[in-house]
Design a protein around this ligand. Structure first.
Ligand code: COA
Length: 339
């Protein structure tokens, strides 16, 4: 779809808690081993929030990082979208908390929930607002602190997730500038919702029942093998579709920036797409699955490490609870304004 106004990504940022939980730390909690976790997932360690840290705190830090990168005035931001499944509160939204904290005095703000695909959904909304000439500057944040919903006695899930935040800034293309958000593709399949879920948390869970043992079930649940198969199909399908929408071939992608759930999924999906690992961005070994944060966190890291050097055509691809999945093709030309 051709929108009247083009869009560009001009900033990226990230924030993670300082506390590191290694595989050796988890060996003390559940019947697992560093060897098992590394072989099956590629994860070495992850970050976990302390009691006084929150999703909004990480989101604010990531937002400030991206604002510094883009060299923009927070008062110029028109809209803030926070993709999260683990907000501080049902309301105020985490986006409103960010809006107040960063001094984005003119911005409207809301949260969006599409689990690990949240940032792709948020980018799509940002592109629509910019493309229709409604807004000029949109701040998109993905943040999750799944550690608060993990059963630390369940080895099937507690080894996989980490906490973090990532942010992207999208701006309207000025006269003479190219559109750099080339295509976006979104999907959902609610029939698979039970495969990856945090039940008993929302209003379907009567307050009167919030006593153990039912409250004990407010944990993340996952059918790992089925979600693995879903991801192996969803990633190639989304990347091929979003490339076709952008009138390009998979070979034209300079970097694949996939959701960082599991190194094996990343390897197998890249192989199916014929994309060599030199073109694939991954930091799952260091942070685990940070859900909505993972794509901007991976991109931010890859730019800092100088793996991704502009100009680069990047395919961002996400998948997760809902089930949801989706992808975006963006040209990354932005330079870090902090030098
Ligand atoms: N340490 C040691 N053993 C573990 C373990 C752990 N942390 N977690 C599971 N196991 C055991 C299982 O209990 C099972 O034992 P059993 O055969 O005696 O029942 C065995 O390891 C093999 O389990 P299996 O599920 O076949 O392992 P796997 O190779 O499929 O890997 C996952 C498990 C979870 C790593 C993998 O299925 C996966 O990555 N799925 C996708 C998860 C995901 O990405 N979710 C988020 C999407 S956004």
């Amino acid at each position: 779809m051709n929108l009247p106004v083009g869009a560009r990504l001009v900033g990226v940022g990230a924030a993670v808690p300082s506390a590191v939980v290694t595989n050796a730390d988890l060996e003390k909690l559940v019947d697992t081993s560093d060897e098992w976790i590394k072989t099956r997932t590629g994860i070495r360690e992850r970050r976990v929030v302390s009691e006084d840290e929150s999703a909004s705190g990480l989101a604010i830090e990531a937002a400030k990082d991206a604002i510094g990168f883009a060299g923009i005035d927070p008062a110029s931001i028109d809209l803030i979208i926070v993709a999260t499944s683990t907000p501080d509160n049902l309301y105020p939204s985490t986006a409103c908390m960010v809006q107040a904290a960063i001094g984005a005095t003119r911005a409207s703000a809301f949260d969006l929930e599409a689990a690990c695909t949240g940032v792709i959904y948020a980018l799509s909304i940002a592109q629509q607002f910019i493309g229709s000439d409604t807004y000029k500057t949109v701040l998109v944040i993905g943040v999750d602190i799944h550690s608060r919903f993990l059963n630390w006695e369940d080895r099937n899930t507690c080894v996989l997730f980490g906490d973090g935040a990532g942010a992207l800034i999208m701006k309207a293309a000025e006269k003479g500038e190219e559109n750099e958000v080339l295509s976006i593709y979104l999907r959902a399949d609610g029939t698979g919702g039970h495969l990856l879920c945090i039940p008993n948390y929302g209003t379907a869970y009567p307050h009167a029942d919030s006593t153990p043992p039912k409250a004990m079930h407010r944990f993340l649940h996952m059918n790992g093998r089925v979600v693995y198969e879903f991801a192996l199909n969803a990633v190639p399908e989304a990347v091929r579709t979003v490339c076709a929408k952008a009138n390009m071939k998979v070979e034209d992608i300079d970097f694949l920036v996939p959701h960082q759930a599991n190194k094996r999924i990343i390897l197998a999906a890249s192989e199916r797409l014929g994309i060599p690992m030199s073109k694939v961005v991954s930091n799952v070994d260091e942070y685990g699955n940070t859900s909505a944060a993972s794509i901007p966190l991976a991109l931010s890291d890859a730019i800092r490490r100088k793996q991704v050097i502009p100009p680069a055509t990047c395919a961002l691809v996400g998948f997760g609870g809902g089930l949801t999945w989706g992808a975006a093709i963006v040209r990354w030309t932005a330079k870090d304004k902090r030098g």
